[in-house]
Design a protein around this ligand. Structure first.
Ligand code: GRF
Length: 212
C-alpha cells in the first residue's frame, strides 16, 4: 500500500515512518510515495528528499493574493490540496505534525475517493484539540488539573482531532517538568505510536476492502 504524508515542521514523525518502511524486516509494509508540506522551511522536506521521496510545497500565499477573502483563499487552497493528493492515488494519508485544519473541501474528495486519512495528535482523546496541545497540557498539569497527558493517532473527520482513536498512549509528567522535557518524552512516544497506528489502519483498510 502507498502512503502520502502531510507535514508542517521538523518531520521527526515522517522520519519514523521512513525508517519503519526501510528497516529489515520492514516494521511497516508500505511505501511513502509523496510528502506534502504547507511550510517551505519544513525540515521534513529535507528528510523526504534524503530518502528519495518526491515532495510538494503547497503554498497558501498565491491563494491569498488571488482571492478577496481568507475564507475563499483557504477554500481554493484546500480544493487544490485534495487534487494534489489524489494525483498520487495514495491508499492512505498520514498527517504527521501537520498544522493545517483539513476542511470538508479537502476531506470530501479524499473520502469520496476512498482514501483513508489518519492524524497524530500529541494529547489524549478529547483533550487539548488543535495547536499547542503539549504546552496547554503542561500548563493544566502545573495548575493541578491533570496528572498525565498522552499521544493519539485517530481517523480524520471534519471535527478537529475528534475522529475514532486508532492508538492511544499515556505519557506521564515528571516533577519539575519543563516544556522541552515533556516535548522530548512525547515525541519519543509519537515515533513509536505513529508506526503502530499506520500499520493498524492499513490492516483495517485491507480487511474492509476484502469484505467489500
Ligand atoms: C508533534 O508533536 C506533532 O504532533 C506536532 O509537532 C510535533 C513534531 O512533529 N504538530 P514532527 O517532528 O514535525 O513530526
Amino acid at each position: 500500500p502507498t502512503l502520502l504524508v502531510l507535514i508542517s515542521g521538523s518531520g521527526s514523525n515522517l522520519q519514523a515512518l521512513i525508517d519503519a518502511t526501510k528497516s529489515t524486516p520492514p516494521l511497516l509494509s508500505a511505501t511513502i510515495t509523496h510528502v506534502i508540506s504547507n511550510k517551505k522551511a519544513a525540515y521534513g522536506l529535507t528528510r523526504a528528499a534524503n530518502a528519495g521521496i518526491p515532495t510538494t510545497y503547497h503554498n497558501l500565499v498565491p491563494y491569498k493574493k488571488k482571492h478577496p477573502t481568507t475564507e475563499a483563499a483557504r477554500e481554493a487552497y484546500d480544493r487544490d490540496l485534495a487534487a494534489h493528493i489524489l494525483k498520487h492515488k495514495p491508499d492512505m494519508v498520514v498527517c504527521a505534525g501537520w498544522m493545517h485544519i483539513l476542511s470538508p473541501t479537502c476531506l470530501g474528495p479524499l473520502q469520496g475517493a476512498g482514501v483513508d486519512i489518519i492524524n497524530l495528535h500529541p494529547a489524549l482523546p478529547g483533550c487539548f484539540d488543535g495547536a499547542g496541545a503539549i504546552e496547554r497540557a503542561l500548563e493544566a498539569w502545573e495548575r493541578g488539573e491533570i496528572d498525565k497527558t498522552g499521544v493519539m493517532i485517530h481517523h480524520v473527520i471534519t471535527a478537529v482531532d475528534r475522529g475514532t482513536p486508532i492508538v492511544v498512549r499515556e505519557v506521564p509528567f515528571v516533577e519539575g517538568d519543563t516544556l522541552e522535557r515533556v516535548e522530548e518524552r512525547i515525541h519519543a512516544v509519537e515515533h513509536v505510536e505513529i508506526v503502530k497506528a499506520t500499520r493498524i489502519a492499513l490492516d483495517q483498510r485491507r480487511e474492509r476492502l476484502e469484505k467489500s
